[in-house]
Design a protein around this ligand. Sequence first.
Ligand SMILES: NC(=O)c1ccc[n+]([C@@H]2O[C@H](COP(=O)([O-])OP(=O)(O)OC[C@H]3O[C@@H](n4cnc5c(N)ncnc54)[C@H](O)[C@@H]3O)[C@@H](O)[C@H]2O)c1
Length: 345
Amino acid sequence: MRRPNWKSNDKTAVGKGATAQQFFATVGGDKLEIEVAPWGEGQLKVNGREIARVTDAKDRRQAFQDLDKAAERYLSASGANKEPSMIPPVRAKLLEDKRGLIVGIANENSIAWGCAKAFRAFGAEVAVTYLNDKAKKYVEPLARELDSPIVMPLDVNAPGQMEAVFKRIEEEWGKLDFLVHSIAFSPKEALHGRVVDVDRAGFLTTMDVSCWTFIRMAHLAEPLMRKGGTLFTMTYYGSQMVVKNYNIMGVAKAALECTVRYLAAELGPKGIRVHAISPGPLATRAASGIPEFDALLDKAKAKAPAKSLVSIDDVGVATAFLAHDAAKLITGETLYIDGGYHIID
Ligand SMILES: NC(=O)c1ccc[n+]([C@@H]2O[C@H](COP(=O)([O-])OP(=O)(O)OC[C@H]3O[C@@H](n4cnc5c(N)ncnc54)[C@H](O)[C@@H]3O)[C@@H](O)[C@H]2O)c1
């Protein structure tokens, strides 16, 4: 893993009677530069182009830490053996004026984080949620990178939290243009056993968190999407085919994909589009709960026509495209972002 070796220059006088500090590093052919101000603002540039910005860190040190992490992510995404990210490093204006809610960022490996980065890079404003206090410390620095004006707790099992998030969005934005639902859960005993053995509680919890919450979020989003909008949820090929070890989650994803079609039909007349995004396997925390996941990754790479695994950034840019007005007549889809895996026998 390439890491920047930061060297600081003398402090530079800036506004507010204080000084900003600059740090420089060269990694491979890339010239990296971080500038941080004492009140917690800062930016990261690579070869003169802005890659990340923080506006509300606690202080200079925290701003530097956030930007150093952003630099690490940039370097790992552009590593020699990886394809460069499709997310534009400079903010593009494709989704300017759009505001959306992204649910499901646990850490920087989350599919929801790939989506959040892409939507933000295309100019949208994003609200994000975190599961609980434990998750907060991982999500907060990411939210700062996104300049998220709304960062709230959301455990879908906690009564009232979902409603509180939508209420805040209504108060602060008065509208919502897109929603990314990127959460799923199944108790271990249910997920690891045969479908034929799943008990009622395991079935209901799996369906509740992984499917019903999307219905509920769509219900709460509908009145905020007065001028239309796009609702997204994340699914997986194990809904269509029996994938070893996917078990009861496959059943929930089949219900979720069907839900997408019904919601698309019901909400279409209001200009609200609904999609399921079906990424190939990605090594996230949720995926670590699936036994023999490495074998699934190997198979995905070998069988996909693209001969490549997908990244969260790939998923993010394709999802963001569907939120653009150019995609206004596409709805009810299950969009595979899997290098073509699903078309091969
Ligand atoms: N990783 C893969 O290979 C893969 C492939 C296809 C689809 N998906 C789907 O993508 C989505 C995101 O998963 P991921 O792989 O990014 O993993 P992840 O662990 O990063 O994200 C899962 C998210 O679900 C959230 N969650 C779980 N229970 C919750 C609850 N009670 N309330 C609120 N949030 C809750 C977690 O906090 C976490 O943020 C899931 O729907 C998953 O099934 C994943």
